[in-house]
Design a protein. Sequence first.
Lengths: 154, 751
Amino acid sequence: MENYSLNINGENTKVEGVPEDMPLLWVLRDIVGLRGTKYGCGKGLCGACTVHLEGQAVRSCSIPIKFANEKKITTIEGLSENGDHPLQQAWVEKNVPQCGYCQSGQIMNAAALLKANPNPSEQEIIDGMQGNICRCGTYNRIKEAIQSAAKKEM
Amino acid sequence: MKNIIEKSFIKKIDRRSFLKSSSIATTGLILGMHVSCTPKPGEENRPAATFEPNVYLTINEKGEITIIAHRVEMGQGIKTALPTILADELEADWEKVSVTQAVADEKYGDQNTDGSYSVRMFYMPLRKAGATARLMLEQAAANKWKVDVSECKAKNSEVIHEASGKKLDFGALADDASKLPLPAEEDIKLKDESEFRLIGKSTPIVDLKDIVQGKAKYGIDSDIPGVKYAVIARPPVAGGTVASYSAESALKVPGVIRVEELETPGFPVSFTLPAGGIAVIADNTWAAIKGRDALDVKWNDGENATFDTSTYLKELEKDAKSSGIVKRDNGNVDLSIKSASKILEATYISPHLSHAPMETPNALADFKEGKCEVWAPAQNPQLTRKVVAEALNVDKEAVTINITLLGGGFGRKSKPDFVVEAAVLSQKCQMPIKVIWTREDDLQLDFLHSCSAQYLKVGIDDNNKVTTWNHRSAYPPIDIHFNPKAEIPAMWELSLGLLDMPYDIPNVRCETVPTKARSRTGWLRSVSHIQHAFAVCSMVDEIAYARNMDPLENILDMIGADRNIDFDKLFDGYANAGVPIADFPWETARLKNVVNLVAEKSGWGKTMPAGSGMGIATHRNHLTYVACVIEVKVENGKISIPEIHYAVDCGTVISVDRVKSQFEGGAIYALSGAIGEITFKDGKVEQKNFDTFRVVRMRDAPTKINVHLVKNNEKPTGVGEPPVPTIAPALCNAIFAATGKRIRKLPIDLS
């Protein structure tokens, strides 16, 4: 059992007495109490748990806490001050969500994608979002929302 | 439009009794409505009418309007759709409306959210309720202004006296309105459809902003102080039992606090019973998972230890080709087939499918002092309450089921087994416990859509007319959950696209075959329409080529003359999605209309490049008429789908955007069923997670999904399930058009 120091959404957060292999996902959800990040598969296969680690999109279910120590983490709760990140706005405009469960992960993945490539082609979006599953099948609206957000930011 | 809900009434609630039964503290106008419907055949256990109001509308003195959503939200938009119906008739300012999710209680009438009928069932009662409240507010204003009520008109949360220009906000009228008697039924006037401001538009879902900010609460996000987390090792083979395990090893894992053995019920199981096994309870989910890994459980696999889907499917195929129990028999199939000049025979195979909602099953239960409070993503709130009470051996009144948002349901969360697990563990351990299923648990022990074999034999005569249709269908009955002696599917299962084959053929025989389930099975989005439509719509396409006709032309010809098909007269026991066929007739004109519409919109008949093709399928389900055209491109054995067109006649549309989104998403859900499968070997599911259970990802998704809605004023019908059945056959028909290869077995394999 170890103690860790994380910077989550700009705040320094101490996590005490957890095993080094506990995935960041469960640290966020069960220990820190940030539950916007979702469990979907536990194996990095579905993207529901996507957060940013030092600005990179990662699957928090597959990042042991020891690799997140002293690092900057952004979750859906910290993506924007007032829920007004261009992608969050685009998601609202296009009425993307159905059940909405996977959308935190979709938005976090898309945010990292746009940061790395502000003007992605359709194929680049498809390739970049390939790891995020949505069983409700909102893919086309996700794609449109990313395109729309990218356009506005250009 | 005829009101289909016969047993409904509206009741004014006095504030004191309302406050007793509700957490909403308010003054002003409180209306309760009682709505109920006739249960579906085979579903008589659904809650019967009670004489308590069950849908609440409150308007307080600030003009704030609260509507209680009593059905369950799982992505279909019902938590928004039903309140918009009421709010529209009320002439409410939607900005002032808030929606509260109801707990499980019989007083709300039917809360079991499945079968694509929430809007169908509640459309008219909610309109009436809104209109009643509107009239009371208008009357209150008329009394104040000492004018006739006919001179007062509600608009956007105000009542306006047009002659004088006087206006009063609903909030200012609420208290006076609450003192008025309920208006007489004949005085309640529904809005003219041209005056709708919300119905037929596209109101965004009420949870939209919370969802994109990660604030929306699903079952798995439930939390109370002191909660512990449980992960359960369940018998991997349905009906298996525990042979041995090491609680000691699990307890050595830091954070693990208890290990509890849960009763294993044997086989076959009801969907209300947990699978049993060994629960590991810990301070957090991760410790519980690690603790379970350490259990080293050995199982007695029991009677399904040798279950193997590849041999099982071969048996089903053999059974479907032999003889069956006749459920529909018109004309003389044996005689007519003898005079056929062409005979087509084919067997269509479809696999087991898993619901796999993104949010796995989970529930939080807090049992203390003889009472249990539960937070769960449950599709069937009242059944959940009942079975939890039974499992805990307490009165139903001691159980509170709070319904959260569902991270997808698709039928999985109709089965309350996972909620019972949490409740039983909380009672045993006397602490609040959240049970979480991992994805592996979900795939291993889902109540799967069953695999099936469908045999079809069709005769075409010298005049190129289809004269004989013989369809024999083999899959284990879902009815086993309701009737442990069931050997064949119930009439409600067979009425989903098998017996109500609508084509104008003089000699028709539809049969089923006794089949035993060897795994946990159940209903999944559109249920047995999946396999029935795959067989029927594929065979119709095969007939087109045999008749040397264009598939579209063939469908229109086979539908025949415009008529209402009286299936009640063609065989006994037609279920018609649980409603009398007199109320929701089977209209071939509406089927033809969607076929023609989809053909026109998709540019049916246009020249396609080599390796590309279009396929068409049409199917009425959940009372909705659907036609679908898929454009496919096959390159090096790989399929891509540039475009899907749906034409949909679901009667009156509440939210255009949500109906379209159901079809966009339903197409993708159904495509997953055409490319993925669940298989068994040695009694165990072979697919462990999303690496081996293949579902559609963005790269597999159709580039464009176009949904064309028929505009009419017919009664509203289902949209949650209707997108699914036509997809697999339309896709396989398109592949045939593109490549000449006929796919009769799902998942599609072009290698």
